[in-house]
Design a protein. Structure first.
Length: 294
């Protein structure tokens, strides 16, 4: 049962005194009417004859079906509970998601009880009920399926999804979301329906996770273009400059140059003669030849 705020406890005491039920019974009925968006209630309490149902406009059923007096008293209490809830409503009423699960070809739907109830000052805030970021206010629609909860905020273009202890907040972009589906077999992917058809949840940008803003990772900087390999320009080897031709002269060599050569040769021959490498006859013959050149 939803806990009552201090104002809710005062209302419960007032209605208890007015209708002759205990505060506990009235608190139970306040929560039941609140979960029914103020227009219907399913309840079960001994003071109300067991289990029963009430709907605004006249339908009233209690377990003790033949106790007409109790039936009228319970109906009057439900009317007052609905009136008190409407007078203390602090948010707009929301819708409920159509959630569909697919598993091996079989489908089933699961809607969150009371998911469409508006915020109300008669009840203490329940973190399990309003699990989405508080700044978003009341959702346009909410639902649950397979341990996952959804809350859609059309005006803020946000979608909150709770999986375990994590709350993911998505940017819905230009989608008007109308329902969810989760694939049980395979990868367990989640899709939603919008005016664009069936869209995977993974296509929406992530705004935050557990209140921490998700910074989109910048794509890696493109690698600088590789410079074309520079082919070393092989310089052709410098052409060998042919030696300058020695100017030829028709003039005969000077006598002094020839004389020097003859005398050098005679000195070497003298050395050979002294060492016994040539005979005196050979020396004399060579000497005579050299002197003839002068």
């Amino acid at each position: 049962m939803l806990p009552l705020s201090s104002m809710g406890q005062q209302i419960a005491q007032t209605l208890s005194n007015r209708h002759g039920f205990s505060v506990d019974a009235v608190s139970h009925m306040l929560a039941a009417v609140y979960n029914g968006n103020g227009s219907m209630a399913q309840f079960s309490h001994p003071e109300f004859g067991g289990s029963g149902q009430w709907m605004s406009g006249g339908m009233m059923m209690i377990g003790d079906m033949f106790n007409q007096n109790l039936k009228y008293r319970v109906a009057a209490l439900c009317d007052d509970c609905a009136r008190s809830i409407a007078e203390n409503q602090t948010g707009t009423s929301s819708g409920v998601f159509q959630s569909q699960s697919q598993s091996g070809g079989s489908n089933y739907q699961d809607q969150q009880a009371g998911g469409g109830s508006a915020e109300n000052s008669l009840f203490a805030p329940d973190p399990r009920r309003n699990w989405w970021p508080s700044e978003l206010g009341s959702p346009s629609a909410s639902g649950s399926q397979n341990h996952m909860r959804y809350a859609y905020f059309a005006n803020a273009q946000r979608l909150a999804v709770a999986t375990g202890d994590d709350v993911w907040l998505y940017d819905t972009l230009h989608h008007n979301i109308g329902g969810f589906s989760q694939q049980q077999s395979g990868d367990g992917s989640i899709t939603f329906t919008s005016q664009f058809g069936i869209v995977p949840l993974s296509s929406l940008p992530v705004v935050s996770r557990n209140g921490v803003t998700e910074t989109p990772q910048a794509p890696p900087a493109p690698a600088p273009p590789q410079a074309a390999p520079t082919q070393s320009m092989q310089q052709p080897p410098p052409a060998e400059t042919p030696p300058a031709p020695v100017p030829t002269s028709n003039q005969p060599q000077t006598t002094s140059s020839t004389s020097n050569d003859v005398f050098d040769t005679l000195n070497r021959l003298g050395g050979l003669l002294d060492k016994g490498y040539i005979t005196q006859e050979e020396f004399d013959r060579k000497k005579s030849d050299l002197l003839d050149r002068i």
